[in-house]
Design a protein around this ligand. Structure first.
Ligand SMILES: Nc1ncnc2c1ncn2[C@@H]1O[C@H](COP(=O)(O)OP(=O)(O)OP(=O)(O)O)[C@@H](O)[C@H]1O
Length: 492
């Protein structure tokens, strides 16, 4: 029934119309009857009227997703032409005159960025098998309608963003990111890096295709769609993302700034061996690392210290990465065995309170509730996390009050509650964020948070900004506050 595109084999508009009926007929034994297949509503990306002149009918584009473990390509774009459209698919019909959609046609400059190291490394396949044919179907060809950047190293996306930053036309850029959250943070910080073109361009727009491990931003943006009771089962994240690519509208992406004390360094894989500054592979099997001095990092998702930051850092080894999002659970089990309590002072600045006025949080002791205010200077925390989103994974709701793009920074924290209780709190987060009702857990909206770290061992001095890891000096600090400047827009 379906015409499946294959890797590197773009289906353009005409071809889709020409191929589909013949192919359908031959697959039906050459007979004239074309039986309408049963469409799974949740797999449909969009529907196009087949042709203005010759025939009525519709071309239905849907996504088929399989498992990566069966050895086949896990995705295929199915293209089916038929005369009658099932009623429940009418909502997906796109007027031919509106194609390509406004954010994908001139004067917009469209770029596709394929992040080859994201998640299970499926971004190149998704580009060739799904995105390229889909863009062709709406009239866009690589080289003419859009440019393609395939990452070669950890700096490719930042460099791409830096170039955009100097382009006075950057506000007209739509960047389709086939990556996880790291691609977004790379874009943000690349745009932040250099002096802007003069006059400063308006922010580019990104469209997210979730090819990372956690894809926190995409899951948080689409959270309301997952619980849409009209659709059983709900569409997959990739289907939602593709629908948004074709039908979405740009909205301001709220961001925060994490600033660091002198001596802080960003830890990442090196560009190539001669760029290595410090080697500190230790026993964590991270391989060779590059350490770059850093004053601040921009983020859109999460800044953390404690269990979350250690989990992101310690699960990011080649061995763990091979397990996809299971790597977090595996590394978590190891960390919980150690059950480290992080030696830190945490201050919060709440809404309506002036710059520099922080209230110090005192973490809960093992069997007691939270306190704040007077008392000892340092405390032992298991968890300190600031976020602009609701979900860190599709089903891991770290901040249940968060709504897509609400721009509110929320703090989740708890003290030295032990490994067992930490596990219990984390599991409650998988129940729609039930952890925030537990007595050990603090949860509130804040303007700014300052975390000062007393730890001696560098292993426990890592902080996480949207998946990037920064190590601060002993006695050093991280301050996290909302940003006023609009940096990026995102299709939603
Ligand atoms: N060829 C490459 N070599 C080295 N680094 C790369 C390469 N391609 C991409 N990267 C970097 O790898 C990182 C991948 O992060 P990304 O967030 O996209 O995936 P992830 O960590 O699996 O997902 P998530 O953050 O959603 O959990 C990005 O920062 C990107 O710049």
């Amino acid at each position: 029934m379906a015409v499946q595109s294959s890797a590197g084999n773009a289906i353009d508009n005409d071809e889709a119309q020409r191929v589909s009926p013949d192919c359908l007929a031959s697959q039906n034994g050459g007979g004239p009857e074309i039986t309408a297949p049963n469409f799974d509503h949740e797999r449909v990306v969009f529907v196009q009227q087949a042709s203005e002149k010759t025939s009525d009918g519709y071309v239905i584009y849907s996504l088929s997703e399989g498992s990566v473990s069966d050895g086949d390509k896990p995705f295929s774009l199915e293209v089916v032409q038929q005369q009658q459209l099932p009623e429940d698919l009418t909502e997906f019909v796109v007027d031919r005159l509106n194609l390509p959609p406004p954010h994908l046609r001139l004067p917009r400059n469209v770029h596709v960025v394929v992040s080859t190291r994201s998640g299970l490394r499926l971004a190149p396949d998704v580009y060739h098998i799904v995105l390229r044919p889909l863009l062709a179907a709406v009239g866009l060809q690589p080289g003419e309608g859009y440019g393609v950047t395939v990452t070669k190293n950890a700096n490719t996306i930042r460099d791409f963003a830096r170039e955009l930053r100097t382009d006075a036309n950057a506000g007209n850029a739509t960047v389709i990111l086939l990556s996880g959250d790291g691609g977004v943070v790379d874009m943000l910080n690349g745009l932040d890096h250099l002096a802007p073109a003069s006059p400063a361009p308006s922010p580019p727009t990104i469209a997210l295709l979730p090819l990372g491990t956690a894809n926190a931003l995409l899951h948080s943006l689409h959270k309301p769609h997952y619980s849409d009771t009209n659709t059983q089962p709900p569409p997959s994240p990739l289907v939602l993302a593709l629908r948004t690519l074709l039908n979405g509208t740009p909205a301001r992406l709220p961001t925060f700034r994490a600033s660091f004390s002198p001596g802080a360094k960003l830890i990442s894989a090196p560009l190539d061996p001669e760029h290595v500054v410090v080697v500190d592979a230790a026993k964590l099997d991270h391989g060779i690392q590059k350490e770059t001095p850093v004053t601040h990092v921009l983020g859109a998702i999460v800044a953390s210290y404690g269990f979350h930051a250690s989990l992101v850092w310690e699960s990011d080894t080649p061995a763990y990465r091979a397990h996809g999002d299971k790597r977090f659970g595996m590394a978590a089990a190891e960390l919980l065995k150690v059950s480290h309590a992080y030696d830190a002072a945490v201050g919060v600045r709440r809404k309506g309170v002036g710059e520099g006025v922080f209230t110090r949080l005192r973490p809960a002791a093992r069997d007691h509730g939270r306190e704040e205010g007077e008392g000892e200077e340092w405390g032992r925390f298991n968890y300190v996390l600031m976020t602009l989103v609701s979900n860190l994974e599709k089903t891991f709701t770290i901040s249940p009050a968060g709504r897509p793009l609400d721009g509110r920074l929320r703090l989740v924290h708890f003290g030295d509650v032990g490994g067992g209780k930490t596990m219990e709190i984390m599991m409650a987060a998988y129940r729609e964020g039930a952890h925030v009702g537990m007595p050990e857990v603090g949860y509130e909206e804040v303007e700014e948070v300052r975390v000062t770290i007393a730890e001696e061992d560098p292993r426990w001095r890592k902080v996480c900004i949207d998946g990037s890891i920064v190590e601060v000096e002993q006695g050093g600090w991280m301050r996290v506050g909302r940003e006023g400047t609009e940096r990026l827009r995102v299709l939603i």
